[in-house]
Design a binder for this molecule. Structure first.
Ligand SMILES: [Zn+2]
Length: 435
């Protein structure tokens, strides 16, 4: 690992992340029937949606001032019972809770944006947030709109049926209904700050379940998506990242399979029928519930981070379907490192970047390529063009302005290489290790 240390610490093009604070609010009209309460409770082994409070450390560090808005407990509104309201609030709080205090102006802007874009009944929830009441006060009638809602996107409405239970505690690794968690029981035993929860929602007849692991020792941190349940090294590397760098991971539970009820999760991102039109695998239906559920975990402060595993050689999976840094295709440019490191620089191991421009026009991507190459890490650059949209997360992230996108790809089982790439990427993004 130490030989990776000299990776250049370069400034990241964060402004791109901040291009659109309104994306999280956007959702088209969609009708999804909520699960009846009784049905939810009857599901064996099914647990609960983490309440927003679980995003925060359970013990606030001494010396950290408690914001005014949170100190007045008697003024905190009761938890709304409407699932849609909770969903919207959860997305907003999730976005903001991982925003760094040193970027206070960005927090304010996001809060103001959320306040301006949030209908009256949901606004009370914003007052939960540090600075939230001020943001509401400055936008009392919704007239303050620091950032325009993206054109073509309908106002937020009935995004998805979430089912949850208030005050969900952290679950024990032992006996948790996910082999990925149980396989890592030793890691959870060693790091008491890791909080496991289960979340779920229904869309198009699929009862999606997510395994979520948060690091409670930090209020904020990078978030990782693990979309393919059969990719065990990707999950384990994500857990390593959450323990070491804070933040959270969200993993799709699909019975350890790549697809869930016939749907590849990484071909399931589309807010509208129009954007889904080119996606063969999405059954002609947009998936705002799934799309908002996953993207709601990501903040503006950090890039969108994912991990995948692929098969040996050229018959890979994910992205355009063929992952190898030795190959280039119409959408992918493979860039093998000129400084190979044994065990790390195999053609199947690479950091995949996505951008709306060709690589030669994307300065921040070329900077990243240079840094990763210097550390012995291969790069694959994906040129995202809407007419080629396959409803993968890289396309959705890039097309919707969710943030910069980094996908750490490693061959199945190549956990050490995948962890090493996590360290290289964190160093490049200047995200400090907790230990
Ligand atoms: Zn995958």
């Amino acid at each position: 690992m130490s030989r990776l240390a000299p990776v250049a610490v370069l400034a990241l093009g964060l402004p791109a992340l901040l291009a659109d604070a309104a994306h999280a609010q956007a959702a088209p009209e969609v009708t999804v029937a909520p699960l009846p309460e009784a049905q939810v409770e009857a599901q064996p082994g099914f647990s609960l949606l983490a309440p927003p409070q679980s995003l925060r450390p359970q013990d606030r560090p001494e010396g950290l001032a408690r914001p005014e808005a949170l100190a007045r407990a008697d003024e905190i509104p009761a938890r709304p019972q409407d699932p849609e309201t909770r969903m919207i609030a959860r997305a907003v709080i999730g976005m903001l809770s991982s925003t760094d205090s040193e970027r206070a102006s960005e927090i304010d802007m996001a809060l103001a944006s959320a306040a301006a874009l949030t209908p009256e009944p949901e606004r009370a929830l914003i007052s939960f947030l540090p600075g939230g009441e001020e943001a509401l006060a400055s936008a009392p009638d919704g007239s303050l709109r620091p950032r325009a809602r993206p054109e073509g996107l309908a106002p937020a409405a009935s995004p998805v049926a979430w089912y949850d239970t208030p005050d969900q505690p952290c679950a024990a690794a032992e006996g948790f209904p996910d082999p990925d968690i149980r396989r890592n029981a030793a890691s959870f035993a060693a790091d008491g700050d890791l909080c496991i929860t289960r979340q779920g929602f229904s869309e198009h007849g699929r009862d999606w379940q997510l395994t979520v692991v948060r690091n409670l020792s930090t209020r904020r941190g990078p978030v990782w998506a693990v979309l393919h349940d059969n990719e065990n090294a990707a999950f384990d590397a994500a857990l390593y990242a959450v323990s070491k760098y804070g933040g959270a991971l969200v993993a799709v539970e699909a019975g350890e399979n790549r697809s869930f009820m016939g749907q590849d999760p990484n071909r399931n991102f589309a807010l509208t029928a129009a954007t889904a039109a080119t996606c063969r695998d999405i059954s002609q239906k947009p998936t705002p519930g799934f799309t908002n559920a996953i993207s709601g975990f990501f903040s503006q402060r950090y890039p969108v981070l994912t991990l995948h595993n692929n098969d040996d050689g050229y018959s890979g999976a994910g992205g355009a379907g063929t992952i190898s840094a030795r190959r280039s295709s119409a959408s992918m440019t493979g860039l093998m490192t000129p400084n190979p490191v044994p065990g790390l620089s195999d053609e199947d191991n690479a950091i995949l970047l996505a951008g709306a421009q060709p690589l030669d026009q994307n300065r921040s991507a070329r900077k990243a390529v240079q840094a990763f190459h210097g550390a012995g890490v291969n790069v694959i650059y994906e040129h995202v063009r809407p007419e080629r949209n396959d409803c993968s997360f890289s396309f959705f992230t890039t097309m919707s302005g969710l943030g910069e996108y980094y996908n750490i790809e490693a061959q199945h089982g190549a956990l050490q290489a995948q962890k090493a790439m996590v360290d290289v990427l964190m160093s490049y993004l200047r995200i400090a290790s907790l230990w």
